[in-house]
Design a protein around this ligand. Structure first.
Ligand code: SAM
Length: 200
């Protein structure tokens, strides 16, 4: 997907959007290739079912999913920013790109209530929400994931953005990816007691 000039253009688009909406962007630059690959390796994409990506930006994680051999038709990518969503549709015509709110799947995935995802890859910055809201959000996401499926979260946070909940879900992480700007790790959430395991 990326030539050198496209990568430079993406940098400018990302930074420009961050200047307008710093809270919703959460990062001044797109995630690095090694970081996106780490996220995809940690996600339970080997399970049956579609894959849901939330906060796709300009598609670096989408691209990593495709690099891992996942069929584009399996991927649904939700992005709130209209320009980014338009760009994603042009770049990934066979991915199901939806311009909408990834925090409200009831509305954004209307008509797909019965669908269960093999994995959800979350890049929406939820750290700005109160801990209780983050926990409730995670619970709602888990309702949409197949048994043994996981939720992976892109975050620069040094501690898990959603704390593990005894008897409900466990949290682990990949090692820090130092090549990312800033260095970050992928947080991995698994339901407790459903046989789930990290792939990291
Ligand atoms: C940190 S960037 C991540 C972009 C890309 N996935 C990456 O790793 O570089 C967060 C993205 O989430 C999007 N976003 C923020 N709030 C959102 C929401 N409620 N629903 C969908 N996307 C949202 C932003 O527009 C931005 O593209």
């Amino acid at each position: 997907m990326h030539g050198q000039s496209e990568a430079k253009g993406d940098w400018a688009k990302f930074l420009g959007t961050w200047l307008k909406h710093p809270g919703a962007m959460g990062a001044i630059a797109a995630s690095s290739r090694s970081y996106c690959d780490a996220m995809v390796r940690a996600a339970t994409t080997h399970l049956d079912g579609p894959i849901l990506e939330l906060g796709a930006g300009l598609g670096v994680v989408t691209q990593a999913l495709l690099r891992a051999g996942i069929a584009p038709e399996r991927i649904t990518s939700i992005e709130y920013d209209r320009e980014f969503a338009r760009e994603l549709k042009a770049r990934f015509p066979n991915v199901n790109v939806i311009q909408g709110d990834g925090l409200d799947l009831t509305e954004t995935l209307k008509g797909r209530e019965e669908e269960r995802f093999a994995a959800i890859l979350l890049a929406i910055p939820i750290i700005r929400f109160k801990p209780d809201e983050r926990r409730r959000l995670l619970e709602r996401y888990f309702e949409r994931i197949v048994p043994a499926g996981n939720l992976t979260q892109l975050s620069y946070s040094l501690t898990p953005p959603v704390k593990p909940e005894l008897g409900a879900y466990a949290v682990s992480s990949t090692p820090v990816v130092w090549a990312n700007l800033p260095p970050a790790r992928v947080w991995i959430y698994n339901r407790v007691g459903d046989g789930a395991r990290s792939r990291g």
